[in-house]
Design a protein around this ligand. Structure first.
Ligand SMILES: C[S@@+](CC[C@H](N)C(=O)[O-])C[C@H]1O[C@@H](n2cnc3c(N)ncnc32)[C@H](O)[C@@H]1O
Length: 280
């Protein structure tokens, strides 16, 4: 716990902010009209806090394949965009856990605003000491979180513990690239001290060491780089969108995004996607 508390203190300087949900709702209504409904679809440009936004969430959800009867864990849920999306689109229940109190508060407010409180629950806590009894969840996923976690074996041991036998874990992570460190700051870290990018092959080792069997493990770097380039070209032609994560992360998001684009182009970042299963 000492370790996770220290890490939270460090991440606080990068992530922390207040009034996130109110700012998001105000931006949405300024753009779409005062009476516009607060739905997962309407929030989608703003509340999926990873490269490629809801496009990436859709891909991860397809890998996870949750059913209406499932209880799903979102490890490092941020402000809850993917959790709300997956609950709304599949009919499942989702519990999201995140280290940042301000993110948990925003996630809960937006869960209430979208009318999903009966199926989406947000818990403040660490991926390294999940506050759930063993075998609690049918499925779990984690999207762009591992890069903040130094002790990755502990993160995957915990995910394994809280899954039911036969349960699956879907992951999408940025990884270290062959050409040296990324250009900082990036969306998950202000500088190198907050960033723990796994080397190629590390995820496989960590999953196997935790007891998982690996159903798929894909290097998605080229796919992500290409779709991001297309998004970037569209932005260059049409200008920056009014609704994006900069609404609550601040104007610094544009620099973070540029640094991810550059780092991917230069081979300083990779992307790995995996589906692992806790054996019966
Ligand atoms: C880049 S954001 C991704 C958020 C969310 N998964 C999404 O895609 O919208 C990384 C998130 O991981 C959370 N995080 C980092 N370390 C964590 C830990 N040890 N336990 C729980 N959450 C953590 C951060 O607070 C942050 O919300």
């Amino acid at each position: 716990m000492l370790h996770s508390a220290r890490m939270g203190d460090s991440l606080d300087s990068h992530y922390a902010a207040g009034g996130i949900a109110a700012g998001i709702v105000a931006a949405l209504r300024a753009e779409k009209g005062a009476d516009s409904a607060i739905t997962p679809e309407a929030l989608a440009p703003l509340d999926h806090f990873h490269n490629r936004g809801v496009v990436a969430t859709r891909e991860l959800m397809a890998l996870l394949a949750p059913g209406p009867g499932d209880h799903v864990l979102d490890i490092g849920c941020g402000i809850g965009g993917p959790a709300r999306w997956i609950a709304a689109m599949s009919g499942c229940r989702v519990t999201g856990i995140d280290l940042m109190p301000a993110f948990c508060a925003a996630a809960r407010e937006l869960v209430a605003a979208t009318g999903l409180a009966d199926r989406v629950q947000i818990v403040e806590g660490s991926a390294l000491a999940l506050p759930f009894t063993g075998g609690s969840f049918d499925r779990a996923y984690s999207q762009n979180v591992e890069m903040n976690v130094a002790d990755k074996p502990a993160m995957y041991r915990e995910a394994f513990r809280v899954l039911k036998p036969g349960g699956v874990l879907a992951l999408s992570n940025l990884t270290a690239g062959p050409a040296g460190p990324p250009h900082f700051p990036v969306p998950w870290a202000g500088d190198a001290s907050q960033s723990f990018l796994a080397a190629p092959g590390e995820l496989r080792q960590n999953l196997l060491a935790a007891g998982f069997e690996i159903l798929s493990l894909v290097d998605a770097t080229a796919h992500v780089r290409d779709t991001l380039s297309a998004m970037r070209a569209k932005m260059a032609a049409k200008g920056r969108p009014a609704l994006f994560t900069h609404v609550w992360m601040g104007e610094r998001m544009w620099l973070y995004q540029d640094n991810v684009f550059r780092s991917l182009d230069e081979g300083r970042l990779g992307v790995v996607e995996a589906l692992a299963r806790r054996p019966d």
